[in-house]
Design a protein around this ligand. Structure first.
Ligand code: FE2
Ligand code: FE2
Length: 222
C-alpha cells in the first residue's frame, strides 16, 4: 500500500502539484483508491494493462492528467467540475477480469473493447454506491460508458446478451443504474453498438486523457 501511495506522490511531483492540489486530488480519489478492488488492480501480475503498466497505474495516470487539464480549463474560465471528471477517470476501466483470463466471445461486439465500460459501471456502482447517489450519477455513468470514444460501446438491450464478465452482478445493481446503462448505450446507436461521445465536458476530458496516457504506455519501454 505504501508503495502504491508513493507511486501517486511521485507522479504528482512530476506534474509539479502544489500541496493544495495534492490534498484536493487525494480528497477526490481516496474512497476509490483505497478500496481493495482498486488496490488489487495496482498489481501488475494480477492486472496487467498496457505494456508494463498495471491497470491501476493506468487509471491513476489518467486521473492525474484529467485533474491537470480540468484545472487548466478552469483557469481559462471554463465551467468544469474537476471532482466529477477525476471520479469518472478513477472508475473508467474498473472492468472485471484481467486480459490473461479472457475467453472468446460469440459476438465481436461483445469483445472486451466494446463491453468493458459496462462492466466498469456495474462494478463501480456496487463498490462505491455513495458516488451514485447524487444528481451527477448519470454523468458518471455516461462518462464511463463512452470513455473509449471514438471507439464504440456495446448497446445494452438485455444484459444477458452482452457476455459481460460480471454478468452475475447485474442482479445486484439498482434498477436506476440499469436504466442509465441502457439509456447511455442507446445514444447515437446503430445496430447493437453506440458511437456516442460522452455528453459532458468532464467525460470528454477523461476520454481524451485516456488516449494520451494509453499511447504513452504503449510506446514506453518501461
Ligand atoms: Fe477502457
Ligand atoms: Fe483507460
Amino acid at each position: 500500500m505504501n508503495e502504491q501511495f508513493l507511486y501517486i506522490m511521485n507522479l504528482l511531483e512530476s506534474y509539479h502539484f502544489s500541496s493544495k492540489d495534492v490534498n484536493n486530488f487525494f480528497d477526490i480519489i481516496r474512497p476509490i483508491f483505497y478500496h481493495e478492488e482498486f488496490l488489487k488492480r495496482m498489481n501488475f501480475e494480477e492486472f496487467p494493462h498496457h505494456n508494463k503498466t498495471s491497470l491501476g497505474e493506468h487509471i491513476i495516470k489518467n486521473s492525474v492528467l484529467t485533474y491537470v487539464i480540468c484545472e487548466k480549463y478552469k483557469k481559462l474560465g471554463a465551467n468544469v467540475k474537476t471532482d466529477l471528471a477525476v471520479k469518472i477517470s478513477m472508475m473508467h476501466d474498473l472492468y472485471e477480469i484481467s486480459y490473461k483470463n479472457h475467453k472468446r466471445k460469440k459476438l465481436i461486439s461483445n469483445m472486451h473493447g466494446f463491453v468493458h465500460p459496462i462492466e466498469a459501471v456495474i462494478n463501480s456502482s456496487l463498490w462505491f454506491p455513495f458516488l451514485f447517489d447524487s444528481k451527477d450519477s448519470y454523468k458518471l455513468v455516461d462518462g464511463i460508458i463512452h470513455h473509449m470514444w471514438p471507439f464504440p460501446v456495446r448497446k445494452v438491450y438485455k444484459f444477458n446478451t452482452t457476455e459481460i464478465n460480471n454478468y452475475v452482478k447485474t442482479g445486484l445493481i439498482s434498477e436506476e443504474i440499469r436504466d442509465m446503462i441502457v439509456l447511455s448505450t442507446s445514444r447515437s446507436s446503430f445496430g447493437n453498438i453506440s458511437f456516442g461521445n460522452s455528453n459532458t465536458i468532464e467525460g470528454k476530458i477523461v476520454s481524451f486523457c485516456d488516449k494520451v496516457v494509453s499511447f504513452k504506455e504503449l510506446i514506453s519501454k518501461k
